[in-house]
Write a protein that binds this ligand. Sequence first.
Ligand SMILES: [Zn+2]
Length: 346
Amino acid sequence: MAINPARGAFVEALRLSRGFTQAEMARRVNVSQSTLSKVESGTDIDDAHWEELGRALGVPSSAFRAVDPGLAPVHVFHRKQRGTPKGAVNKVGAEIALMTQRLSDLLGAHPTSLRHYELEDGFITPQDIARSVRKDLGLGVEPISNLVAILEDAGAIIMRWPLESIRVDAVAAWPDESAPVILVGEHVTAERQRFTMAHELGHAVMHINEHVDEATVDQEKEADAFAGEFLIPWVALRKEWPAQPSLDALITLKQRWGISLAALIHRGHDTGLLTEDEYRNWSIELSTTGMHRREPASLPREDPTALGSAINEAIEGGASVGELAAQAHMSELEFSSTFLPKEQYS
Ligand SMILES: [Zn+2]
């Protein structure tokens, strides 16, 4: 019997994404929990059981046979809200591992102009890396008008995904020899989306090589520092920061650079433009007026388009939805609800 740990990980990811415990799943497919546990470690089972498992998990059994044993596990980073339970963390990791696999079945290896950086504490900082990535992307020190479009042009795959119930804002993975994949919570406001994506980009370029699944507190700070510098570089911030920051002046900066007031005052504080007292006063101002929940002068929402276009192109080129679903080893229904715009499949 050939052991295939990548296949086992795939089974586990499917099960977690469907919200089943191992015991529940074992009952559904009529095997003992210890058998299922072995399957999730990579043990093979007979075809009839693979069929059964496929039915219970809602995928064609070809999905299991297709998993390349050489497939490296994806490294995942999520921007979670406070108090995200462990089960949710497992589920979001499973969701993106699954999505990454499906995208690679669908699109093949996806080229990217993004690259990894080594963070060397005190020598190369997250801010240095943010400036380098800006340079790689040809952004100079200008405002980024549409971050989703910039990242898609660089080859990254971005999707909106229902993550609210598991209290995660976004999650990123970067499979070997392909492009980063970022899932952004459907619940994330336009306000927060840009910072959240920049934060995930920071994890992707700085941390994914470090082979950990969950960001440490330090890595979270590094990703935030990256995001701040990436969205509004220090040289520009220093030049444009108002001598007497009024709400109107901050809103002007917010709209020009596409960064929330909350992130802006945070950045002002981090860079010494706001004193401790000033920062505290602004924080109180934002929360007592309700502006921290609903900021004035909201930013336009940025929607991903690249993946949808690629799938459209395939369909216009003559591929049927059924064929594409088979290629991704998904049921046609799940493929449609995952990858096609709502009006196209309902
Ligand atoms: Zn993070």
